[in-house]
Design a binder for this molecule. Structure first.
Ligand code: MG
Length: 278
């Protein structure tokens, strides 16, 4: 998290866009749209997989969309009297900023609403507020399930497959809100939450935590299907766990890496839910 605090908002957005154009020689989102999505091939794999298979789901931007959480955190910041006093122009400009599915963090939505370098100080303060609120219980109830995700997760559970949640959310500040949010959405949870794996500390990197946790939760000989939106985590899994089936959730991601060549790609669960062979 430290690098986020140190980097200015605008610098971060500019760097992200620059990296994407260097990597792909054009518009990142146009490139992503060209990627082949193959839910039918994935469905075939699921329908022939062993009953002892283990389905591992990331949560953020894999099972739930985060745009409403981000929008509410922005509103929360703009409703603080001190913010309104110090940044009257930005309060007016961004109060109605609309966040969409596929937006990454705050930057994409605010750019659409005319963010300029003049807003740098405002943006830095907003980001500090966002870091505090985003990684807390407070706004997790705003998250919205990805299409088909709740039905699909319940089918997996009901058919007796192992199901785990493996998230970069941290346990000390986000456990209570995560349990409430998953339950309210209708995602299956074990009574003791033993299949909900969260970082023990906010300071750990997501990818290191996830790779270490796989060592603990994967049982000998089981097939693992890992659903994840962040290419960094998928690339690490491809390297550290070559036999794992990787499913790239093409919702939104950091833009720092390209997803691995050998993975399934889906945008949501609509073509999987209700399609499992009995
Ligand atoms: Mg995620």
């Amino acid at each position: 998290m430290t690098f986020l605090l140190e980097a200015g908002f605008l610098a971060e957005i500019a760097l992200k866009n620059h990296q994407k154009s260097l990597q792909f020689g054009g518009n990142w989102w146009q490139y992503e749209d060209m990627l082949h999505h193959n839910p039918r091939e994935l469905l075939q794999l699921i329908n022939r997989t062993s009953p002892s298979s283990h389905f591992v789901f990331d949560i953020d931007s894999t099972l739930v969309h985060l745009h409403k959480r981000n929008q509410s955190i922005l509103k929360n910041f703009l409703e603080i009297p001190e913010t309104q006093k110090r940044f009257p122009k930005q309060t007016k400009n961004f109060f109605d900023a609309e966040f969409k599915v596929g937006d990454w963090g705050l930057g994409d939505a605010l750019e659409r609403h005319g963010l300029t370098p003049e807003d740098n100080e405002f943006f830095s303060e907003l980001k500090n507020h966002w870091l505090e609120k985003f990684f807390s219980n407070e706004f997790l109830h705003e998250d919205i399930p990805v299409y088909g995700a709740v039905d699909f997760a319940n089918e997996i559970q009901n058919r007796g497959f192992r199901l785990s949640y493996l998230t970069g959310r941290n346990r000390p500040n986000m456990l209570e809100g995560t349990i409430k949010s998953l339950a309210n959405c209708g995602f299956p949870l074990q009574k003791d939450y033993s299949n909900l794996h969260m970082k023990p500390s906010p300071d750990m990197s997501d990818e290191a935590y996830k790779m270490d946790t796989f060592k603990e939760i994967i049982q000998e000989g089981e097939d693992v299907l890992f659903f994840e939106n962040e290419p960094i985590n998928l690339n690490r899994a491809a390297r550290d766990y070559p036999g794992m089936h990787l499913i790239f959730m093409d919702t939104t991601h950091s833009g720092k890496e390209h997803p691995p060549e050998k993975c399934f790609r889906i945008k949501d669960f609509t073509e999987l839910a209700g399609q499992l062979v009995t």
